[in-house]
Write a protein that binds this ligand. Structure first.
Ligand code: NAD
Length: 275
């Protein structure tokens, strides 16, 4: 892994760039369009959106307008909670694809494990996958028990589990479960939304490396084998967040960051969803 075009091979052979641009809370229209353009200009080849973010269309517009061929950009979108169920999922996928303006999607995720419907919803993702409409399918915010339920009911192993992941929330047993079943972990809120850039340990490691706290947090993901999608809409930060291939955290620095784990969540606990 040495550049923004470096990829990890998913469990079905699909190549996924290690670093992507997150666009949660990027406003639809010019804000998202320029963020995606800045990212592509900076060498990113991976964008993470969701129907819930209401900016799929803006992502599509930016991809279509850029010189980089759209097939060279890895695009993820997600199925929202209201759209679970077999038929509803298929319809929601069509709506997302129409907005994105894509023929084929790289990765489609179930955004949250709605307790009564995620297994049936997974079958619909399986259908989209078998029809070749999406190159890889996965889940988001799934805990081990959700993944076990899928494994009991389906032969298709998710390619990715996108979870809240940063030094304050490591979930080591979930990481190990995913690793042992070939499910690639992807980090959301990798920067902890900037809330802990001034934390003593994070600031110290950043200073030791001559890098910024954001770069240290992104690098920590990569050294854990976790795909990461930091969000910004500002050109200089988009560039900064991806400038992580010219340094390495030492074992001691990795360990110091690992020790910040305190089960701290920015988002809801996955078992609270849909209850
Ligand atoms: P993040 O941890 O990436 O933090 C983003 C925020 O950090 C920015 O809004 C900005 O305030 C700050 N920031 C970014 N770069 C900075 C820099 N270089 N210097 C200073 N401050 C900087 O948070 P996120 O947006 O929640 O997560 C990243 C992406 O993960 C999202 O955009 C989205 O694509 C995805 N996500 C997925 C889920 C899910 O349920 N699957 C949930 C949340 C986010």
């Amino acid at each position: 892994m040495n550049s923004l075009t470096s990829t990890v091979t998913l469990n079905n052979g699909v190549e996924m760039p290690w670093v992507g641009l997150g666009v949660y809370k990027s406003a639809p229209g010019s804000e998202t369009e320029t963020a995606v353009r800045y990212a592509l200009d900076a060498g990113y080849r991976h964008v993470d959106t969701a129907s819930f973010y209401e900016n799929e269309q803006s992502v599509g517009v930016a991809l279509a307008a850029h010189d980089v061929p759209v097939e060279e950009v890895f695009v993820t979108t997600k199925l929202w909670n209201d759209d679970h169920g077999f038929d509803r999922t298929l319809r929601a996928f069509d709506v997302s694809m129409e907005k994105l303006g894509l023929e084929t999607l790289d990765l489609y995720l179930i955004h949250w494990p709605m307790p009564d419907t995620f297994a049936e919803t997974w079958k619909a993702l399986g259908r989209l996958y078998s029809e070749g409409r999406v190159r890889a399918i996965g889940v988001s915010n799934f805990l081990e028990h959700h993944l076990r339920t899928l494994a009991e009911q389906s032969e298709i192993v998710p390619a990715v589990n996108q979870i809240e992941f940063h030094p304050m929330l490591v979930q080591q047993p979930l990481l190990e479960y995913c690793r042992s079943f070939g499910i690639r972990v992807e980090a959301w809120s990798p920067l902890i939304r900037g809330l802990f850039f001034g934390h003593e340990t994070i600031a110290r490691v950043a200073e030791e490396c001559g890098k910024t706290p954001a770069q240290v947090l992104v690098r920590w993901d990569l050294q854990h084998g976790v795909v990461t999608i930091p969000k910004s809409v500002h050109r200089e930060r988009i560039v900064e967040n991806a400038d992580v291939f010219d340094f390495e955290l030492s074992e001691t620095q990795m360990q110091a960051l690992d020790e910040l784990d305190r089960n701290y969540r920015l988002g809801p606990h996955p078992d609270e969803i849909g209850r």
